[in-house]
Design a protein around this ligand. Structure first.
Ligand code: BJW
Ligand code: ZN
Length: 247
């Protein structure tokens, strides 16, 4: 891939880097993305599985979908794209800089790769939350004996600890995202279609604050024409190449 020299020079100098990742970064780990031809979704799936109303109407069906995805994520491992971000983070930490990740993904693969500062904007597929008493617990069961799972405290139905359409993002995650967007020298989006808000808006907050912006994505997106640099290719190849060339 042809990587512009001015981008590599900027990556070398940038001390404060924020990365927004989406489903595309985990595609090379074998996990499906949401939108597009090979995507997980059509409108019906969105209404049934990614809204609180869809879950309330049929928790078992929604859970079967999430249990299937937990199985896939549990068997997957981080790929060279995740690992390149770990190396980049370590390079910056060694010179008093920082790289922090804002992820829309619920698969935990950044953390599994070894990334330290990861904010989960859309929650985690590995957290269960009781719909009655709101108690949360971590759980990595890959095969549930019965669905939906029940709260060990009160017996209420549990839901995945994720953020569905119409629900607010966790307040601390939102605050962190805005802070990072304002403070970074470089804001990078990786493997996201850039159509889901508020995640898609953070790159513009960063640009308004004077940061340069980079998109790494297989296909062009609505963000492509607005960023300083757009690199179109698989993130598992593009990110390692950027990091190798810069450090
Ligand atoms: C590769 C690759 C490779 C493939 N390498 N790349 C402003 C305007 C309009 C609407 C709104 C707005 N503000 C809020 C809204 C409403 C709504 C929204 O955004 N709607 C739009 C869709 C129109 N947002 C919300 O409701 C949010 N809540 C909120 O804002 O609360 C306050 C509020 C509510 C209501 C009204 C107003 C305010 C919550 C959003 C929650 C999203 N939840 C989901 C499900 C999470 C759980 C789960 O995983 O099941 O999050 S939806 C789904 O989309 C998931 C993802 O995180 C998210 C983003 O998808 P992502 O990651 O970008 O994946 P894809 O598939 O879209 O793209 C992958 C890309 O990778 C593609 O481009 C490929 O080309 C690329 N690719 N292989 C590199 N190897
Ligand atoms: Zn409970």
């Amino acid at each position: 891939m042809d990587i512009p020299c001015d981008l590599i020079e900027y990556v070398r100098q940038a001390r404060h880097v924020a990365v927004l990742s989406g489903a595309g970064i985990s595609a090379e780990s074998g996990l499906p993305i949401f939108r597009g031809e090979d995507g997980l979704w059509d409108n019906d799936t969105i209404m049934r599985f990614a809204t609180p109303e869809g879950f309330a109407a049929n928790p078992k069906a929604a859970w079967e979908w999430y249990a299937h995805r937990r199985g896939e994520a549990g068997r997957a491992g981080p790929n060279p794209g995740h690992k390149a971000l770990v190396k980049w983070q370590e390079e910056l930490a060694s010179c008093d800089g920082w790289l922090e990740i804002l992820t829309q993904n619920i698969d935990g693969l950044h953390q599994q790769a070894g990334s330290k500062k990861v904010t989960e904007l859309h929650g985690s597929g590995w957290i269960l939350r009781c719909t009655e008493c709101m108690r949360e617990r971590k759980d990595r069961t890959l095969k549930f004996p019965d669905l939906p799972p029940k709260c060990p405290e009160c017996g209420g139905i549990e839901r995945p600890g994720v953020v569905w359409f119409g629900e607010s993002l966790p307040v601390e995650a939102l605050e962190r995202a805005v802070w990072l967007a304002r403070e970074c020298d470089l804001f990078v989006t990786v493997g996201t279609s850039g159509v889901v808000y508020p995640a898609a808006s953070f790159i513009m907050v960063a640009a308004d604050g004077g940061a340069k912006t980079l998109e790494v994505n297989l296909d062009p997106t609505p963000l492509s024409s607005q960023v300083t640099w757009a690199l179109h290719g698989p993130s598992g190849e593009v990110l390692p190449e950027v990091v190798e060339k810069a450090f």
